[in-house]
Design a protein around this ligand. Structure first.
Ligand code: KIV
Ligand code: ZN
Length: 528
């Protein structure tokens, strides 16, 4: 098998970074991304130095299949993995999706724990062994690089787990992933599991050096990063993680935390990754922008407060020497301190420089649109802070490929209702105008959108916060829409809360339509 070249050419201490933002991350309710957004995230992951990109779950929908296939075609460096259940049709579809990758991988999984076998799979242990043999062999006939995962490994008896692993290796898997699917393990247990399985299995394998063990930890108890590092102490050399820790329920191990824990504490974590840490902030912002999932302020490494020093004692120490209260520099994770003050007299060149300093690289059209919005913002706001520019550019990224856009909005509000909104929207290139009343201004705005684009989605969350301080601060609004089992989130920002609300709603609606189109295409192709 061909392991990622960066890993193959390194010493034992090289840890392979397997990013699953586009698969486990995207599985998280409300965090769906469009086709173009997935391509953008994949390109950034590849540039950042991620070794393996799990690009999606090709059988899940036509949209998933197409994005995995396109990422496979475009990616220059990383291995591209497609996920497949232990079902022949899934494996065939994953093989088809990744076949154009320079370095394709099929990642197939089956549950191994008694709870999953009894209640979910309704299979015996022996039946699961047969399934592993057949499905791993099928995957291995399609690609050279096959990863096998024991779902719910941490609640599986060790002897049976080792038997499953042995079976997968004999059938041709070269990466063995032992996930803590439900986020239940503690670090010492997780480390021991790897030691025990490796001890039981590797002696019986003819080429033990070609087998890579992998961690995959969920964060239900807040232990995902600690568990992943413990897994490495137990012999794993691949870590599965996501940007911002996005993922099912409480999420997965956060890539940025893993990378910086290793970089900062190499004295006790003597490993290397191939990640360019100066791109971590950029990656976090991009994923937050395209999923509309805010990053918590005090999030390690990439949170807004990660390098803020508020108390007098801390500020005093920082002024004397920054190592007093900083264990890593902001620059090491891509936060650039810049003194460039932006206002209405700033020109295009200064704006472009500022974007670069903030870690954004926009194409010419996106730059022009962002600059126009910046000028508009600078007219309305005395000082434009870095956070304002970030919110503005994130918005440009989110709407770049949207079918529906807000053109203008006027709202009559106040103590004497009913409140009334007049809105112009562009829908597939056509300008549509509507008026609506509501029980409050936000309701009137959302009723206008409903009149222009009739839909059955339910508003599941509406949240507002200020991007910076002051009464002229931009409002950042998050809107979550749910339609049946589909959930999406949109985020908008503007000094006017109602405009930001309309933007957020329309972004969410665009995402919902994109999801629906992809599912319709899937049922059509199934019918053909
Ligand atoms: O959490 C899990 O077990 C998974 C598998 C599909 C690898 O995501
Ligand atoms: Zn998972």
């Amino acid at each position: 098998m061909s392991a990622p070249s960066s890993a193959a050419s390194s010493t034992n201490d090289r840890v392979i970074i397997f990013d699953t933002t586009l698969r486990d991350g995207e599985q998280c309710p409300g965090a769906s991304m469009t086709f173009e957004e997935k391509l953008e995230v994949a390109e950034l992951l590849d540039t950042m130095g991620v070794d393996v990109i799990e690009a999606g779950f090709p059988i899940a929908s036509v949209g998933d299949f197409e994005s995995v296939a396109e990422i496979a075609r475009r990616t220059k460096r990383a291995v591209i993995a497609g996920l497949a259940r232990a079902i022949p049709a899934d494996i065939a579809r994953a093989g088809e999706a990744v076949k154009h990758a320079r370095r394709p991988r099929i990642h197939t999984f089956v549950s191994t724990s008694p709870i999953h076998l009894e209640y979910q799979m309704r299979k015996t242990q022996d039946q699961v062994i047969d399934i592993i043999t057949a499905t791993v062999a099928q995957a291995r006939n399609l690609v050279e690089d096959v990863e096998w995962s024991a779902m719910d490994a941490t609640r599986t008896p060790i002897d049976y787990l080792a038997q499953c692993v042995m079976t997968a290796i004999n059938a041709g898997a070269t990466t063995i992933n032992l996930p803590d699917t439900v986020g239940y393990a503690t670090p010492s247990e997780y480390e021991a599991m790897f030691r025990q399985v490796r001890e039981r299995v590797l002696d019986r394998v003819s080429n033990p050096e070609s087998i890579v063990f992998s961690t995959h930890c969920h964060n239900d108890l807040g232990l995902a990063v600690a568990n992943s590092l413990a897994g490495v102490a137990g012999g794993a050399r691949q870590i599965e993680c996501t940007i911002n820790g996005l993922g099912e329920r409480a999420g997965n191990a956060a890539l940025e935390e893993i990378v910086m824990a290793i970089n900062v504490r190499r004295d006790v974590l003597p490993y290397d990754t191939g990640i360019d840490a100066s791109m971590l902030t950029r990656g976090s912002k991009l994923v937050s922008a395209v999923t509309s999932f805010p990053v918590q302020y005090n999030k390690a490494i990439v949170g807004r407060n990660a390098f803020a020093h508020e108390s007098g004692i801390h500020q005093d120490g920082m002024l004397k020497n920054n190592t007093t209260y900083e264990i890593m520099t902001p620059e090491s994770v891509g936060v650039n301190k810049t003194s460039l003050v932006m206002g209405k007299h700033s020109g295009r060149a200064a704006f472009r420089d500022k974007l670069k300093a903030l870690g954004y690289e926009l194409g010419e059209n996106a730059l022009n649109d962002a600059f126009t919005r910046f000028k508009d913002l600078a007219d309305r706001k005395k000082i434009v802070y870095d956070e304002d520019i970030e919110a503005l550019v994130d918005h440009e990224i989110a709407v770049a490929h949207d079918r529906m856009k807000l053109v203008s909005l006027t709202v009559i509000a106040g103590s004497h209702g009913p409140q009334r909104a007049t809105m112009k929207m562009e829908v597939d290139g056509v300008i549509v105008t509507e008026e609506a009343e509501g029980n409050g201004p936000v309701d009137a705005v959302f009723n206008c959108i409903q009149a222009i684009v009739p839909h059955a989605a339910r508003l599941a969350l509406y949240q507002v916060h200020a991007v910076t301080e002051g009464t002229d601060a931009q409002a950042e609004v998050s809107v979550r829409l749910e339609d049946g089992d589909k959930a999406v989130t949109g985020r908008g920002s503007d000094p006017d809360t109602l405009v930001a609300s309309a933007q957020a709603y329309i972004i969410a609606l665009n995402k919902l339509q994109a999801k629906r189109n992809s599912l319709n295409a899937q049922s059509q192709s199934a019918a053909e």
